[in-house]
Write a protein that binds this ligand. Structure first.
Ligand SMILES: [Zn+2]
Length: 358
């Protein structure tokens, strides 16, 4: 007998796959997609799964990418799903893992039950929750699709069409150690330099599309020593790429100036995590998603978010991608849940997309 989407989803969440520990779950999906969808599966060097499903009842040659991520946040080991009145929660002190296993179950069910579809490339990434690592390292030479739908948003009626530029900064201030009671004038306090720099830089919400944060600070060894070293982790993001660059520069120069004034050194490593992009509302990928959402009786909405997504990374790598909702709520908490209705609705949207494209 064919399993229901709830059964499939419950099977998925019972195979733990916290970020970095996805191999067992990916290999399970590989077997499932091969046996039930006739997919030709391969792993790229990073361990992302690419499953090519041949066209069904269609002569179209242009493939469509359907994506989701295999990893979950912690605590995601030993998840026991409980189904009650159509609502699925976790029984124990774990997340449920609907983010993003609901997305995978919905893709699977849509592809399994579609009467026709063009060639499909199902891409299941690793390490999404810890910096979109799978998408960044995806071997795109294995992917032919130029258009993709990533099932990793919350609401089934929402299409995420854009995201920010995100820059990480790792700063180390190097002062000079000295005994704090005997000869403080011989030292240069790295903590003081860092605090002067941080107090001068713009932080928090800079404007309606730009934010900045100093997230961690670690430094000093002992109470009575002038601290020689401080390490700081900071970030900024903006929907406007120029503004993100300028903000990162302002943060960098605040450290450099404060260090110069005190005679300290500073080392700053910046990393461009991903770049802002926005897909036009007129782009085919958006139009197709809107039509599919309407076809299942919902009113489509488009949205730009300030978080990173696999779609943002793929869009920057030549695959026009948007994010669609998997329908869960309270992701990343032990209260995470999803309803059978939401699983079915999101899966119906995906099925519309692929049947329509056939
Ligand atoms: Zn997710």
């Amino acid at each position: 007998m064919t399993k229901t989407i709830v059964d499939v989803f419950c099977d998925f969440v019972q195979i733990g796959s916290e970020s970095g520990d996805e191999a067992r779950f990916i290999s399970y999906l590989q077997d499932l997609f091969t046996s039930k969808l006739d997919a030709n599966c391969m792993l790229d060097e990073y361990g992302n799964l690419i499953a090519r499903v041949p066209a069904k009842g269609s002569t179209k040659d242009e493939p469509i990418l359907l994506g989701a991520h295999a990893d979950t946040v912690k605590p995601g080991k030993g998840i026991k799903p409980v189904v009650e009145n159509g609502v699925i929660r976790s029984a124990g002190e774990t997340i449920l893992g609907a983010d993003d296993k609901a997305g995978i179950a919905e893709i699977f069910e849509a592809v399994r039950s579609a009467t026709k579809h063009p060639p499909l490339e199902i891409v299941i990434t690793r390490g999404e929750e810890v910096g979109l690592l799978g998408a960044k390292n995806l071997d795109v030479s294995l992917v032919r699709a130029k258009m993709g739908f990533i099932i990793d948003g919350e609401e089934a009626d929402t299409i995420v069409i854009g995201g920010p530029t995100h820059i990480s900064l790792d700063i180390e201030v190097i002062g000079k150690a000295a005994h704090a009671g005997m000869e403080p004038e011989k030292g240069i306090s790295a903590i003081r330099v860092a605090s002067v720099a941080i107090s001068r830089m713009p932080l928090g919400r800079i404007d309606e599309e730009t934010t900045a944060n100093v997230g961690t600070i670690h430094g000093g060894m002992i109470r009575n020593g002038i601290p020689e070293r401080v390490k700081i982790q900071a970030e900024c993001r903006s929907l406007n790429d120029d503004k993100a660059m300028r903000q990162a520069e302002a943060m960098r120069s605040a450290f450099e100036e404060a260090a110069r004034e005190a005679g300290a050194k500073v080392q700053i490593a910046t990393e461009l995590e991903y770049r802002a992009s926005r897909t036009s509302e007129d782009a085919p990928v958006v139009k197709i998603a809107q039509e599919a959402i309407r076809a299942v009786g919902l009113t489509p909405r488009t949205e730009v978010i300030t978080g990173g997504t696999d779609a943002l990374v793929l869009s920057g790598r030549g695959i026009a991608a948007v994010v669609l909702g998997y329908g869960g709520s309270a992701a990343h908490t032990e209260q995470e849940q999803i309803t059978q209705e939401a699983l079915e609705a999101s899966s119906a949207v995906i099925k519309q997309i692929i049947e329509h494209a056939a």
